[in-house]
Design a protein around this ligand. Structure first.
Ligand SMILES: O=P(O)(O)OC[C@H]1O[C@H](OP(=O)(O)OP(=O)(O)O)[C@H](O)[C@@H]1O
Length: 168
């Protein structure tokens, strides 16, 4: 996980990233290691309401394919502002629901997005194209192009990284 964090940090270093953003739960580990490598704070959206965190929130609706439920994800407005340039990190990218919800929260905060990093993407699902269509830099450390007869087919190495990542 440390190597994963360093790989994202290496790619997005020098772009003025001020915060790493993810959504609980599986995104927290790679996002934490990325934040440590970039030496910026990590903020993660919660999927469940908290007794101690009920107002002053940014919220978005995210459909979880694995759980088959709509989650109202939220973060406190104290943790994201218009001054922030945000890197989204998650473990998996499939239909792009989680990334879309986080982009919505970034938009509500008036912040900007510097890129999206995912450990594994399922390239054949909607998420990859959704991010690319918005011109957002996307780095997937592993890219799955499909499944054939029970085997994972990886995309070619040169397809792993989308364009637009420019180092400052
Ligand atoms: O691109 P998408 O279609 O949104 O899929 C990716 C999301 O799905 C998984 O979360 P999940 O809902 O399984 O929750 P978990 O991390 O709490 O297991 C994963 O951690 C991503 O956040």
């Amino acid at each position: 996980m440390q190597n994963i964090g360093e790989a994202f940090a290496d790619r997005f270093d020098g772009l003025g990233i001020t915060k790493v953003l993810t959504v609980e739960s599986s995104g927290i580990a790679p996002a934490m290691m990325t934040a440590l490598s970039l030496q910026v704070p990590l903020v993660f959206a919660r999927k469940h309401k908290s007794l101690t965190l009920t107002d002053n929130l940014y919220t978005a609706t995210v459909y979880s394919f694995t759980k088959q439920v709509d989650n109202q994800i939220s973060i406190s407005r104290d943790f994201l502002s218009a001054d922030d340039h945000v890197l989204i990190i998650d473990d998996f990218l499939a239909n792009g629901q989680a990334v879309n919800g986080l982009l919505e929260i970034i938009h509500q905060a008036g912040a900007t997005v510097g890129g999206v990093g995912v450990v594994i993407e399922k390239r054949f699902q909607r998420g990859h194209a959704l991010i690319e269509e918005q011109g957002i830099p996307l780095l997937a450390l592993a890219s799955i192009s499909g499944f054939e007869q029970g085997h994972v087919i990886f995309a070619e190495t040169e397809d792993k990284e989308s364009t637009n990542v420019e180092k400052g």
